[in-house]
Design a binder for this molecule. Structure first.
Ligand code: 2DT
Ligand code: MG
Length: 211
């Protein structure tokens, strides 16, 4: 809620379990949209390039240990430190295509056993996605894909719990795409949804806030 409609870029988020294909789909979608003349930036969270992001990265690679609640707040802070740049970029008419966002933040921490509502709180007030593209994959299929299991969280049982928390956050901005399909079929489904939300943000749309 809050604020007036304005012409702006769209905030599009790709979400899904590890190895659901988000990163390659993001890259392909960005190049498709640029080919149609759209201004697009590809972002990802965690943003491992900042000081906070480096703490998170060391934790994820299991090089360091951190309290579950503390690391949850670091993930949220890693989004807050990018908030003003996110907003100014959207207001310049640039579409942001983001690989993971607050929805990952809540789903992964809640799957560890932290309270779901507590997990949502530090995300409150961040820009909300205009479109969440959820790549829905069977955790067993994801686990059979390359390089799985190297980072923290890459365990089938854990991923299954993450999926249930993702489902608890679904709202009208979410579109689920069956990620067990071929790369091209998934891409086709993403394109249609992205083009349509970019169009509606161009004609004027209020910037939404979580939650
Ligand atoms: P990548 O494999 O996409 O780099 O993600 N995660 C991510 C959280 O626990 N909280 C968050 O807020 C975000 C954005 C998901 C690394 C892992 O970090 C998890 C997988
Ligand atoms: Mg990963």
């Amino acid at each position: 809620g809050g604020g007036d409609a304005e012409k702006r870029g769209a905030l599009i988020v790709l979400e899904g379990l590890d190895r659901s294909g988000k990163s390659s789909q993001c890259r392909a979608l960005a190049s498709f949209l640029r080919g149609r003349g759209e201004s697009v930036e590809e972002w990802r969270f965690p943003d491992r390039t900042t000081a906070i992001g480096q703490m998170i990265s060391s934790y994820l690679s299991q090089a360091s240990e951190l309290d579950d609640s503390a690391v949850h707040l670091l993930f949220a802070a890693n989004r807050w430190e990018k908030r003003s740049l996110m907003e100014s970029t959207l207001r310049k008419g640039i579409t942001l295509l983001i690989d993971r966002y607050s929805y990952s933040g809540v789903a992964f921490s809640a799957a560890k056993g932290l309270d779901f509502q507590w997990c949502r709180t530090p995300e409150t007030g961040l820009p909300a996605a205009d479109l969440v593209l959820y790549l829905d994959i069977d955790p067993e299929v994801a686990a059979s894909r390359g390089e799985y299991g190297l980072e923290r969280y890459e365990k089938v049982d854990f991923q299954r719990r993450v999926a249930t928390y993702y489902q608890a956050m679904r709202d009208s901005t979410w579109q689920t795409v069956d990620a067990n399909q071929s790369v091209d079929e998934v891409q086709e489904a993403l394109r249609e949804a992205a083009v349509s939300v970019i169009q509606s943000c161009k004609s004027g749309a209020e910037l939404l806030r979580l939650w």
